[in-house]
Design a protein around this ligand. Structure first.
Ligand SMILES: Cc1cc2nc3c(=O)[nH]c(=O)nc-3n(C[C@H](O)[C@H](O)[C@H](O)COP(=O)(O)OP(=O)(O)OC[C@H]3O[C@@H](n4cnc5c(N)ncnc54)[C@H](O)[C@@H]3O)c2cc1C
Length: 143
């Protein structure tokens, strides 16, 4: 079972920022991301209000830069959704990721990550949800 000082759930801007700070402070850091590096910002073409980019920056490129910065200090990415988080009897946390197959495929990086130091960060702020209504109004709606 691999152990980290700090586990961050969500690899969007918030999670990757947390990862930069945590890894730069020399804490062993893992970021769990279930979809795409950078989260929502990676889905937009131009970001014009991020400091340091007077001409704007492509959202995907910005996300990759955030990732590069976090990894430079040693943060590790795991592209798995976190399904559960539990506090263990010894006051640590145990995270369980979504895919059992990932555990079996990579026995050196087990499914359950243990986080001594009792620290984790939840940066999984948002996820798109399908609107609970029909894409087009029904014929009767326009009457
Ligand atoms: C099209 C679009 C354009 C935008 N343009 C701008 C802009 O120009 N300027 C601006 O300031 N803001 C913009 N925003 C808003 C900005 O993207 C968000 O404010 C920002 O992404 C929030 O970052 P976050 O890290 O808090 O959350 P998110 O970006 O939502 O990241 C959360 C991450 O957590 C992951 N996650 C969730 N649950 C789990 C789990 N159980 N296990 C593992 N991972 C999980 C998600 O997959 C996601 O990647 C835009 C948003 C969109 C959608």
């Amino acid at each position: 079972m691999k152990e980290y000082d700090i586990a961050i759930v969500g690899g969007g801007g918030a999670g990757l920022t947390a990862a930069v700070y945590a890894a730069r402070a020399r804490r062993s850091t893992v970021v769990f991301e279930r979809l795409v590096t950078g989260g929502q910002i990676a889905t937009t073409d131009i970001v014009e209000n991020f400091p340091g980019f007077p001409e704007g920056v492509n959202g995907f490129d910005l996300a990759q830069l955030m990732l590069k910065q976090a990894e430079k200090f040693g943060a590790e990415m795991v592209y798995e959704g976190v399904e559960s988080l539990e506090r263990t009897e010894d006051s640590r946390f145990r995270l369980e990721t979504a895919s059992g197959a990932w555990d079996r495929m990579r026995s050196t990086r087990p499914l359950k990550s243990r986080c001594p130091g009792a620290t984790f960060s939840l940066a999984a702020t948002a996820a798109p949800r399908a609107a609970n209504r029909p894409a087009k109004p029904a014929a009767t709606d326009s009457l």
